[in-house]
Write a protein that binds this ligand. Structure first.
Ligand code: FE
Ligand code: FE
Ligand code: ZN
Length: 294
């Protein structure tokens, strides 16, 4: 069974988050660990988190994919911004231990003119300080569109961060992975519309498919290589729309690909809840058709 869900608000708490996910036909979901503008995290309510853990166990949920706010920039040129990212990430990860065994993905950051190499060093050094060997959460670097000075638009950059963490703190190596965002890789120039196999082969060569732990499933408002990062609803953009050179078979191949089909898929499409419910149902249908024809 496909593990699929969407990004949801945590405003009503963790148990409510799980109930909303269930009502949409989801068996995973994503949520911001705190206000996306980076404010204080909500008070930790253990009973609320236990309620979610219970719901997940009873309903056969896969792992959840917590998302760090976009405002963290662990490779900023400003020490204050780097310190904020470090403190907030460490706090997020400590809190996630109350819900053991989940995923935490973050945007590697923008090097803001310092160069990708310096960015990679700063990101890796931050990870070495916020992670610890006994942690039960896996930390995922997200593939980025390569907009502006974003680090992570190339698989090589993600591999370099992982390698540097591995050199400095080998005991952390297996806690670190990658979340592949379909809009971002497409915008970054990886042609998953025409050559999903080729892109995944390249990922395997550069990073290693064993590092791939989650997929953000989004269509894109822009053509391959545009480096824009504007998500579109499934089927309306350059990945899923035939008039734009794509097609729903692109999404069918993604959700049934042997390297991807067992990972959690998270929609981050511009939708309200009913739209997410429709997309989840549609993708489950594509996955089950693909599975029966294999
Ligand atoms: Fe993201
Ligand atoms: Fe994403
Ligand atoms: Zn995005």
């Amino acid at each position: 069974m496909l593990t699929i869900g969407c990004h949801l608000s945590i405003a009503q708490g963790y148990t409510a988050l799980g109930q909303t996910a269930l009502s949409l036909g989801a068996n995973t979901c994503a949520f911001f660990t705190r206000n996306p503008r980076g404010g204080k995290a909500r008070a930790l309510d253990e009973a609320d988190m236990a309620g979610l853990a219970d719901l997940m166990a009873k309903s056969g949920f896969g792992v959840l994919v917590a998302h760090a706010p976009y405002t963290y920039n662990p490779c900023s040129a400003k020490e204050r911004a780097r310190d904020f990212a470090l403190t907030a990430m460490r706090e997020d990860l400590e809190r996630l231990e109350a819900l053991p065994g989940q995923l935490y993905n973050f945007h590697p950051g923008c090097h803001v003119g310092q160069g990708a190499q310096r960015g990679i060093e700063l990101i890796a050094d931050t990870l070495c300080q916020v992670m610890w060997p006994e942690m039960r959460t896996q930390v995922l670097l997200e593939t980025m569109a390569g907009k502006g000075t974003e680090v992570g638009g190339r698989f090589e950059e993600l591999a370099a961060v992982i390698a540097r963490v591995g050199d400095k703190r080998p005991e952390l190596a297996d806690r670190l992975g990658v979340c592949l965002d379909t809009c971002h890789v497409h915008d970054g120039g990886y042609d998953i519309v025409h050559d999903l196999d080729g892109v995944l082969d390249e990922f395997d060569r550069v990073v290693g498919l064993t590092r791939l732990r989650a997929v953000h499933l989004n269509d894109s408002k822009n053509p391959c290589g545009a480096r824009k990062d504007r998500h579109e609803v499934i089927g309306a953009g350059y990945l899923g729309n035939e008039e734009l050179g794509g097609g729903m078979d692109v999404f069918a191949r993604i959700v049934t690909h042997p390297a991807l089909r067992d990972l959690p898929f998270v929609l981050e499409t511009p939708n309200e809840l009913p739209g997410y419910a429709r997309e989840i149902a549609m993708l489950r249908e594509l996955a089950s058709r693909g599975a029966s024809s294999n």
